[in-house]
Design a protein. Structure first.
Length: 179
């Protein structure tokens, strides 16, 4: 997710309970100079714990993790985070494709990948990886997105399981919550 992401994220995340039973991992395209402002803004609007992902941190349920600015966020097979400063992909670091591809390898069919508003095609190739590994894919309804290009690009692959509004995405996540 990139352009228009703050509204989309707060709409979805503000509805998740403090004891949400799944981890949520987010790549937001943002300036390398930004430190934790996004996490602070989101945490004030949510009950669920919000933080920046740390190197080698084990992924835990009930938390929202953000990729740090200017680092690719990868998921290791042991389901911990790894950070990389490899070259930008699709002009982005962090890149959604890298997160989705590594998460697909680690989580396989239990992964849910969601593409939200954005002005690039980042995430499209990663969505293909998620589908190849048996995961579920969702794109925000482009008609609702502030910047429809990212969800449109994902949908054009034919590998998107659902096209949903932000409210429907939040409701879908809540339906997965196993308390």
């Amino acid at each position: 997710m990139s352009a228009g992401g703050l509204f989309a994220l707060t709409t979805i995340l503000s509805g998740l309970p403090r004891d949400f039973s799944l981890p949520v991992i987010i790549v937001q395209h943002r300036s390398r100079e930004e430190t934790t402002l996004l996490e602070e803004v989101i945490s004030h609007k949510c009950l669920i714990r919000v933080k920046q992902a740390d190197e080698k941190e084990a992924i835990a349920a009930g938390a929202v993790y953000f990729a740090p600015p200017d680092y690719h966020l990868l998921i290791e097979h042991d389901r911990s985070f790894s950070l990389s400063v490899e070259a930008p992909l699709n002009y982005s670091r962090p890149a959604i494709d890298i997160l989705f591809e590594t998460a697909a390898a680690a989580y396989q069919s239990s992964l849910l990948a969601i593409i939200l508003t954005g002005a690039s095609s980042d995430g499209t190739e990663g969505m293909k990886s998620v589908k190849r590994m048996g995961g579920t894919t969702i794109a925000q309804d482009p008609a609702e997105a502030d910047y429809p290009f990212m969800p449109q690009s994902a949908i054009a692959t034919g590998m998107t399981d659902r096209i949903l509004s932000l409210q429907q995405i939040r409701n879908y996540l809540l339906s997965l919550n196993k308390i």
